[in-house]
Design a protein around this ligand. Sequence first.
Ligand code: HEM
Ligand code: HEM
Length: 235
Amino acid sequence: MSMSEHRKGMLSIRVWDFPTRLFHWSLVLLVSFSGITGEFGDDFGAQVLDWHARSGYAILTLLLFRLMWGFVGGTHARFRNFLRAPQTVIAYLRELRQAPQSRLRPGHNPLGGWSVAAMLTCLALQVGTGLFLTNDDLGFEGPLARHIGSHLADQLKALHAANFIVLLILIALHLFAIGFYYFSKGENLLRPMLTGDMPVAEGAVDAPSKGGHTLLGAAVMAIGAALAWFIVTRL
Ligand code: HEM
Ligand code: HEM
């Protein structure tokens, strides 16, 4: 539990464990790389698709890690602590409209929690469809492509392209939301995702994140990598 002096009358509490932050910023880099190599791959040639796929396998590893981390990670990384009932989301939206400045709480807010779930699901669909794709012109064959026929392959290719647009929209909403909290509510969500810590008023009842140790994160990441390796090379 890390509590430290922040400003006068303010304390800092741990909100995002290190593995969650490493997950996030790795995801940002890899998804950007995958998006660019996917969209412009044709212009660069065959090798780029190989790197597009490798980046996808790394994203698969991250997603498998995040799935497990949602059960064994630090407090605010756990699904049961941020996937809230619809009534809670609606109540939160009301509060958001009324209060000029909502109180910053540790962890994802009730709406943000579902947006995280949406992004993770969308990414899983993107990687999942990618594994089945081929590109004959560039001599590329995805690791699971041999299991399906050409008709289904064409449909999955279209889904891969369409779902990418959905992903871009979710990312745009994600960035818009972070900007909204910063400019309209005076809440800086970015700093906790960088440093792990968030300022809270002294005497506030907010619980700091517990657990989520880096060593456990490394072990869970290793399991994720092993599962991804199995899916890519053994299925
Ligand atoms: C490829 C682009 C991005 C993707 C796919 C993405 C995805 C995600 C995901 C999945 C989470 C949930 C973290 C978790 O609980 O595991 C998250 C949270 C977060 N992301 Fe991103 N992100 C992207 C870009 C960015 C960028 C560019 C920023 C910086 C402005 C950013 C700032 C944040 C912040 C501040 C949170 C925590 C939100 C909160 O307090 O609830 N993200 N993002
Ligand atoms: C989150 C991860 C991924 C992202 C963001 C992504 C994104 C994209 C995008 C934007 C395109 C261009 C779609 C179009 O307009 O035609 C594309 C194409 C493609 N992707 Fe991915 N992709 C991902 C994962 C994967 C994976 C894991 C594989 C294979 C193992 C893969 C294989 C392909 C192939 C073969 C194409 C070319 C399809 C064609 O021939 O037109 N992708 N991807």
